[in-house]
Design a protein around this ligand. Sequence first.
Ligand code: GH3
Ligand code: MG
Ligand code: MG
Ligand code: MG
Length: 308
Amino acid sequence: MNSADFQTDMTSEAISVLICESSSVQLRILSEAVRQAGYSVQTANKAEDALTLLQMGTVDIFLTGIEVGAVSGLEACWSLKANSETESVYTIVITASGEDRRLEESLDAGADDFIRKPVNMTELRARLRAASRLVRMQKQFKRLAETDALTGAANRRAFMQYLEIQSQRATRDDIPLSVVMIDLDHFKSVNDTHGHATGDTVLIEAVKSIQACLRDNDMLGRLGGEEFCVILPGAGLFSAGIAGERIRAAVEAMTISTDEGVPVPVTASLGVASLTDGDLISAPDTLLQTADVALYRAKETGRNKVWL
Ligand code: GH3
Ligand code: MG
Ligand code: MG
Ligand code: MG
């Protein structure tokens, strides 16, 4: 091992590596080297434990031996790649001499790369850097595919996916879930009076203001032109109403003006809907329709208000 092996690899920051090896000595040596290279490291000494950690969705690169407990590294690769939540985890198989047949099977099962024992740490670091390049690119693509380009809010597809997951969770674990539908008031006249560019600025600023009202697990999606919706996992109708009022006030408090300094007042109307105990409306579509009806009532009764 030369001194370069001990330097922190700055480009690998924030990439998380899970190492699975049955030999605890090997595991310690590998995890020390990978950690020194600047990665965040988790370890497991059997594939069953590795799979549990992988399901949590925080692993970017999976470095695994082939003989690792009752479930082999090969089977772990197979089950990893068969699950849509973990299929993008970049998998590197550590292989010993005499394991060529199983190595081939691992690659066929979806492993992305391999490294031979005894592991050369310089080579391992180079392979991790190559893996990191792909992981970063993949994260970038994912972000682009899930984000509305103008405002940075989640796009409709990402929003619906999250709502589906959260409504299943809410029904299964019997916890509340609410949505708040948000539509800017008389937005057409903002465009007509001040131009489309100012309208775009209003959308961008509105998203910033709404985001500032949300918690970590909440999600703001842009469903269409000037229509947004927030998913509030864990919130019942009452808390969602409070969140809605906070959002309404934040939008009203925005101070936007045109390049000429003309103020552009903005308000929004909001409709709240909730899955509550014993309620059978668990389908995301029903929840959104209910929120839509509430939003319509808010519009009808004067705008700039929250309807439950
Ligand atoms: P209401 O209070 O009933 O919601 O009235 P409204 O004018 O907000 O509703 P309407 O649905 O009639 O108009 C929505 C407008 O939003 C029309 C469209 O030109 C504008 N719009 C949609 N997407 C964008 C966008 O990306 N940028 C800008 N600047 N305007 C947009
Ligand atoms: Mg409208
Ligand atoms: Mg509108
Ligand atoms: Mg609208």
